[in-house]
Every structure is written in C-alpha cells, then in structure tokens.
Design a binder for this molecule. Structure first.
Ligand code: PMP
Ligand code: GLN
Length: 393
C-alpha cells in the first residue's frame, strides 16, 4: 500500500510536544518541554465552569460562541488595546487559537497563495498553511548577538520575502519560542509592508498578558490602517492556566471574521460549552489581576534563568511568554539541540524542546544549537529541574 498521508501533510510527523510529553511520562522526567502550567487557574474561572456543567451549557453553544463570551472578549479587547469590536459581527469563538489560525488559512488562501511569517515559529502555522494549499515564505528572526535582548528581523530580508503571490502576513508577538515582544517600530515596518502590498494580517497574541520587565505588548491591529485588514487571534489557555479547555477567539473586521466563521463551522462547529461562560468570567477580572499573572510568571522566569546560568548554561532571557532559550553547544559538543533533548531525560531527567523544530528546513541551521525550556511550573518543579540540570556541567 502506498503511504496513506496526503502529500500536503508529508513531513508533518507527530508534534514535538506530544513526543516530548510522552517521553517525560515514560522516563519520569521533569517536563519543561510542552508549555502548560502545572498550577490551577483563578477560582472565579474554575468555579464558573463547575457551575455550568450539568446545565444547558453542556449542549451546543451558538456557532459564533455564546453572546456573553463574545461581549467579554470585545470589552476586554477595548480595555486592553483601545480597539472596539462589535461582539456580534467582529468576534468569533474558536476551539483554541489553533483552530482560529487553521480556519483563517483555510478561509483566506487560494492554492499557491503565500504566507510570510517569521522563524522560529509555532509548529501549527506551517501545517495550517499546508492544509489550506498555501506556501510559507519564512523570514528568520535573529537571536541577539551578545546573548541578551530580544530577537529581531532584518527589514530587507522581510521585504524580499513578499511576492505578488503573498496574501497573508502571519505574526506572533509575544513570540513563541523566543519570548520576544515586537517593538512599536518593528510593528510599524510590518504595518507599512501590509498596507503597501495589500496583505491580510493574522496576529497571534495568545501571550498578550505574559509580558515582563515593563515591556509592552502592542497589538498590530492598533496601528494606523491595520484594524480593517487584521485578524487578531487569542486564547484563554495561557492567560487562565486552562490550556486543555481550548477556548480561543478571533477579532477583526466583519468580512474577515465571517470568512473565518465559514471555515470554522465545518471544522468543529462549536466547542467547550461550559467553559465559554467561565472564560467570560475570567476576561472580566480586574486589571490588576492581569498584571499579577505577569509578575508571577516573571518570578518563575527569573528562577529558571538564574538556575540555568548557575548551571553554566548560556540563556537568552525572554521578555514574555512561558519560554527561555538555551545555547547547548557547551554541553553538547556536536551542537545538536535535537539530539540533546532526546538524550536529556536519560542524562539528567529533564525534558525540553529543541528550537530547531520551529524552523522550516531552509533556516533550520539557525536553531540547531538552541533548546527551549518552559518555566510555567511550580516552585518545587523548577527547583528540581535546576538541581538536575546542574549535573550537566
Ligand atoms: N499560538 C501560539 C504562539 C502558541 O504558543 C500556542 C500554544 N498554546 C497556540 C497558538 C495554540 O493555542 P491554543 O491552545 O489556544 O490552541
Ligand atoms: N503552545 C504550547 C507550546 O508551545 C503547547 C502546544 C501544544 O502542545 N500543541 O509548548
């Protein structure tokens, strides 16, 4: 029998997150691979979900999401970015950010259309583009030469990636896996490119609230001329420590949101009935609660980054997200981050994710020696991980 997998999905094996979490369980390792918190979300959110189970909320919610959640998303968006969206026509609830991104690609791309995006990049992006028959045009983000500070892109490399077939500019800031927050100046370059080439922009902001050291997340949709061409994607998973609930949403101008809804309704139709009111309750938490989760995660970042440095590992400390990046060349003589991660459970009982998996083959060499460690973990788990990683020296 010939291989059953359709050609457009060849090369997309099991996701690294599934592989590494299974390895952590099988070897009893500390799992700093897959980005999920090991502590619960806020009681206001969890209690609302518990109360909703066993009620009518268990049945299919309305296709675009329950009105209460769409209103909460729109209010929250206006509160945090100043941009108003109509809750009925400009907000769509999805099965996590993943479905929002996939539905956007399926809805907007003709076969052969090109999507410009930065690498390294979250792994579902390339697969979503491929499923829609599109083609990715990756532009490298360059790590800081001195090992500190954010990653950045070269404007000439970015502009060179745009062709007459480019349809979408797909941006993720705050950025997984580098933890970089694009500056207003960088966003202005992206906005200029998008308006100049009449591109639709999809911006993935799932880490919007997990930003440290006074860095500020600015949504690309807030720049002049951008609201009308931008779909903003976000999700409850990271903000409320409920990554398994898969409640996400899209905000954008009505024609773009209607297009995404057309694809979305035939992917899952709806999901997460009892979790939708719970996420609405979360989005209505006060401002200082959101500042509090960033402070808490910044503390966890500092614990891990300090521990890794004390263990002699060079770390690029992130401005945001769940993840810190380590250069493993000092502890893995051939500089192969993938081999390092596959051996790490055996070596010291820790699981991490090789940054190389976030690249297409074109730029894979840039990430070969880098490894991503998640710090969204309890104090005891972080302390144990750091202790184990010291044995690498
Ligand atoms: N985008 C980025 C950048 C991510 O890191 C993740 C992982 N959570 C997702 C999208 C997927 O989000 P969700 O779990 O809501 O589908
Ligand atoms: N977003 C999380 C990460 O980057 C987990 C994603 C997943 O398991 N698919 O680690």
């Amino acid at each position: 029998m010939t291989a059953p997998l359709a050609s457009r999905l060849r090369g997309f094996g099991t996701t690294i997150f599934a592989e590494m979490s299974a390895l952590a369980v099988a070897t009893g390792s500390v799992n700093l691979g897959q980005g999920f918190p090991d502590y619960p979300g806020p009681p206001e959110v969890l209690d609302t979900a518990r109360a909703a189970i066993g009620t009518g909320a268990d049945q299919y919610p309305p296709g675009p999401g329950i009105p209460e959640l769409r209103a909460a998303v729109a209010d929250h968006r206006e509160r945090s970015t100043g941009t108003a969206y109509d809750a009925d026509t400009e907000v769509l609830v999805t099965a996590g950010a993943t479905e929002a991104l996939a539905a956007a690609m399926l809805a907007l791309l003709e076969p052969g259309d090109e999507v410009v995006l930065f690498e390294p990049i979250y792994d579902s992006y390339s697969a979503s583009v491929a499923m829609a028959g599109g083609v990715v045009r990756p532009v490298p983000l360059h790590p800081p030469a001195d090992g500190t500070g954010p990653w950045t892109f070269d404007e000439a490399e970015l502009r060179a990636a745009v062709t007459p077939r480019t349809r979408i500019l797909l941006v993720n800031s705050p950025h997984n896996p580098t933890g970089t927050v694009l500056t207003r100046d960088e966003l202005a370059v992206l906005a200029d490119l998008a308006t100049g080439h009449d591109l639709t922009v999809v911006t993935d902001e799932v880490y919007e609230h997990l930003v440290f050291d006074g860095a500020r997340h600015v949504s690309l949709a807030t720049l002049p001329g951008m609201r009308e061409r931008t779909l903003v994607v976000s999700s409850a998973g990271k903000t409320f420590n409920v990554t398994g609930w898969k409640v996400g949403w899209v905000c954008g101008p009505a024609p773009l949101v209607a297009a995404v809804r057309t694809a979305k309704q035939f992917l899952t139709y709806v999901n997460a009935g009892p979790f939708q009111p719970a996420v609405a309750a979360g989005l209505r938490l006060p401002e200082d609660w959101f500042a509090g989760i960033a402070r808490d995660l910044q503390y966890r970042r500092d614990v891990l980054v300090t521990g890794l440095r004390d263990a002699g590992l060079p770390v690029i400390s992130p401005q945001a997200t769940y993840f810190a990046t380590v250069d493993v060349r000092g502890v893995q003589p051939d500089g192969d981050g993938l081999a390092f991660c596959r051996a790490l459970p055996e070596r010291v009982g820790v699981v991490a994710v090789p940054t190389v998996v976030f690249y297409t083959p074109e730029h894979a060499a840039l990430g070969r020696h880098l490894v991503r460690f998640a710090f969204c973990k309890s104090d005891a788990v972080l302390a144990e991980a750091v202790e184990r990683l010291r044995r690498l020296a």
